[in-house]
Design a protein around this ligand. Structure first.
Ligand code: MCA
Ligand code: AMP
Length: 494
């Protein structure tokens, strides 16, 4: 058996129905996809990967990259996708920590990465070698055995410590969640999903693709978010999964409305809070109530609004079937009465296996009884419906991408002339939140912001860059000496 392969890919062997439709108009059938995955599995095994070895992938969003994911599953490798926006400094950290046996990257990065790591390096994307190498391989591959407890993926998620942690996802974690979501959202082979999310995070890779694969749905694969293309595809599609920015951008476009969304069956939002006003405006414009769900990299999806039943604006719905959710006192861990604000804790087959090579971090966030501490604050009503009210963790979510202030602060604090810094989020119309940095200079020093920008920006992915810098004499602190980010947020909202 290979838990994930047997459920997601094997049933499509020889299938003639369309799976991936690209921007160029190419359509890859399910059967052709399974064959391409086998060719990728041959390349992976040929590079010397044995079950459990990590495969790092920083590659554009193409049908071949998705076939590489499927090939990794079939070959028993652990798939480790990276945001294409990550800089060399960031990629080097992941490679150093995960110690992959194979790295697939953009041709322009090959020499640098090969110089940093003992791993084999192959390239995907324009001018890359991996696709042509795969062309020569057989179209079937003897699937490597993997039980549900074996790892299928390692997804890095930043942390409050500033150091990214690899969340170990097993075959069983991914499969149980895909099954729960496909059933709940009633995804079938009649669906056509508009896929405009990146494929290096849980949302675009697992939530969108694994559910489509289980159902045999067709997927309109957009290389990136493109509003014009999205508008053009709506009349021919049934399903959209997006971050709230997708919905605010659609609503802001004069061409968007009821006539384009007649055939659409379901709009799903997640990864960041969807404002109740966006939910309401969307219903007014289209007659559709967006279905909001909530999840985390470490846990896959945790709660969802119902498919049939009330989708209530500002709430994230009920625990998924097979998933236990409770609201606890963050200090004591005791479960709180319904209606009180506390920490969301979650347990189930969806919850990860721990952080890669970080047993202490795992122990801090995963209780011995199996409950995972999300760091999200919420209430639960008497019917079990969850409403997120805030975060106990210092995190900014911009356009669905997470930015951990500590990581940016560490980079800023290391700059000459900077005594200390505080990074925080303020409301942003397009991205939900925008990154702001407050800097305190060392005594008798002036900080040259332009110079500072040019030194820090090459180290951090573009979406983590502070959009605005404010130089202060001192950071606001409480009596315990803790920086009051709420005060900074209130003072610098505009
Ligand atoms: C792009 N930029 C951003 C972001 N995206 N800056 C801040 N936050 C962002 N999210 C930068 C670009 O580099 C560019 O920089 C400028 O902003 C404008 O880019 P634009 O063309 O408007 O961006 P885009 O290409 O249209 O992308 C916006 C986006 C994208 C479509 C919202 O960020 C996106 O796909 N977000 C989805 C993220 C996601 O999948 N999250 C799921 C994580 P310059 O100034 O140089 O021009 S998984 C997760 O969270 C859990 C498990 C869950 O529950 O799902
Ligand atoms: P990540 O670390 O990228 O997996 O991001 C997970 C975090 O995104 C969660 O802990 C939440 O803070 C946030 N999140 C995901 N979905 C939602 C949602 N529907 N509403 C509010 N926050 C969300």
């Amino acid at each position: 058996m290979n838990a994930l392969y047997d459920a997601l890919f094997a049933p499509h062997t020889g299938g003639t129905s369309p799976f991936l439709e690209t921007d160029e108009g190419a359509v890859m059938s399910y059967g052709a996809f399974v064959e391409r995955a086998a060719q990728m599995a041959h390349v992976i095994a040929g590079a010397g990967l044995v079950p459990g070895d990590r495969l790092v992938v920083q590659a554009p969003k193409t049908a071949d990259t998705i076939a590489l994911y499927a090939g990794a599953v079939q070959a028993g490798a652990v798939y480790l996708p990276l945001n294409t926006a990550y800089t060399a400094t960031e990629v080097d950290y992941f490679v150093g920590d995960a110690k992959p046996r194979l790295i697939v990257c953009d041709p322009k990065d090959k020499d640098r990465i090969a110089g940093e790591s003992a791993a084999a390096v192959m390239t995907l994307g324009p001018g890359g070698s991996l696709s042509s190498e795969a062309d020569d391989k057989p179209k079937t591959f003897e699937t490597v055995k993997r039980v549900p407890e074996d790892l299928a993926a390692l997804l890095y998620t930043s942390g409050t410590t500033g150091r990214s942690k690899g969340a170990m996802m097993s075959h069983g974690n991914l499969l149980s969640n895909a099954r729960a979501l496909q059933t709940l959202w009633q995804i079938t082979a009649d669906d056509r999903l508009i896929h405009a999310l990146p494929i290096f995070h849980t949302h675009g890779l697992f939530v969108a693709l694994n559910t489509s694969l289980l159902a045999g749905a067709s997927v309109r694969l957009m290389a990136g978010f493109d509003l014009d293309r999205l508008l053009a595809e709506l009349p021919h599609s049934t399903l959209l999964m997006g971050v709230p920015t997708f919905y605010t951008r659609l609503l802001a476009d004069a061409r968007f409305g009821r006539d384009l969304t007649q055939r659409m069956r379901l709009f799903i939002s997640g990864s960041a809070p969807l404002l109740a006003e966006t939910h309401t405006a969307f219903e007014e414009a289209t007659g559709h109530r967006i279905l909001e769900r909530y999840g985390m990299t470490e846990t896959n999806m945790i709660t969802s609004n119902p498919y049939t039943g009330d989708r209530i604006a500002g709430t994230v719905g009920h625990a998924l079937p097979g998933v236990e959710v409770k609201i606890t006192n963050p200090e004591t861990g005791t479960e709180l009465p319904r209606g009180e604000i506390g920490m969301i804790e979650v347990r189930g087959a969806n919850v990860f296996q721990g952080y890669w090579k970080m047993p202490e971090k795992t122990a801090e966030e995963l209780r011995p009884n199996g409950f995972f501490l999300t760091g999200d604050l919420a209430t639960m009503d008497t019917d079990g419906r969850v409403t997120i009210v805030g975060r106990a963790k210092d995190l900014i979510i911009s356009g669905g991408f997470n930015i951990y202030p500590k990581e940016v602060e560490d980079v800023l604090n290391a700059q000459p002339g900077v005594l200390e810094s505080a990074v925080f989020g303020v409301p942003h119309a397009d991205f939900g939140e925008a990154v702001i940095a407050a800097l305190v200079p060392e005594a008798d020093t002036d900080i040259d912001i332009d110079q500072l920008r040019s030194s820090v920006e090459p180290m951090l992915a573009r979406f983590k860059h502070p959009r605005y810098y404010k130089v202060l004499d001192a950071l606001p602190r409480n009596t315990m000496g803790k920086v009051q980010k709420n005060v900074l947020r209130a003072n610098h909202r505009s």
